[in-house]
Design a protein around this ligand. Structure first.
Ligand code: SME
Length: 166
């Protein structure tokens, strides 16, 4: 059993130290990408404050398709270059959007979302998809959040075998 109650939230540094230790435990001797993506989405959804959706869009046959997530049911397919997710995938760079209503072409899956952080998942030069985090709070994600979450995505990519995924 995994117990997330031990993760400290006093300050961002100790919070992400706790998250990283936890992630190491979740991924220990487990290479299954679907299992690791699912556990990571759950961990982040249940520990990050003011987050209303955490999940993946996976790159399949030239478009993004909904993957494992926590939160309300969401849009299923997103074209590359569309919305925050499709733009991050196209540019192959993280997009940290303080107010999604100011982002041209934002796809409103959940009307409660105000801020978004989308991190592309690229392994050995191959785009696998994106990790998408949504918040009800404007400007929820800081640069520190971004760096820490990019580091965690790197861990996910290193720990997991995506070749066989779904
Ligand atoms: N808002 C995203 C779509 C995905 S949902 O937020 C889960 C976008 O603009 O790409």
């Amino acid at each position: 059993m995994f117990d997330i109650s031990s993760i400290q939230s006093n300050d961002l540094e100790s919070f992400y130290t706790g998250i990283n230790d936890f992630v190491d435990g979740l991924f220990y001797e487990e290479r299954d990408a679907l299992a690791n993506m699912s556990n990571l989405a759950s961990l982040l959804y249940h520990t990050l404050s003011d987050v209303n959706w955490v999940g993946y869009y996976l790159f399949k046959s030239g478009e993004l398709v909904l993957g494992p997530f926590q939160g309300k049911p969401a849009c299923i397919r997103i074209s590359i270059g569309k919305g925050v997710c499709g733009t991050a995938a196209m540019k192959r760079e993280t997009l940290r959007i303080p107010d999604v209503h100011q982002f041209e072409g934002h796809i409103a899956c959940d009307g409660d979302t105000n801020a978004e952080l989308v991190i592309p998942m690229i392994k050995k030069g191959v785009l696998l998809g994106v990790l998408d985090l949504d918040s009800t709070l404007k400007d929820r994600f800081s640069e520190e959040d971004q760096k820490a979450l990019e580091y965690i995505v790197d861990k996910l990519l290193e720990a997991s075998e995506f070749d066989k995924t779904i």
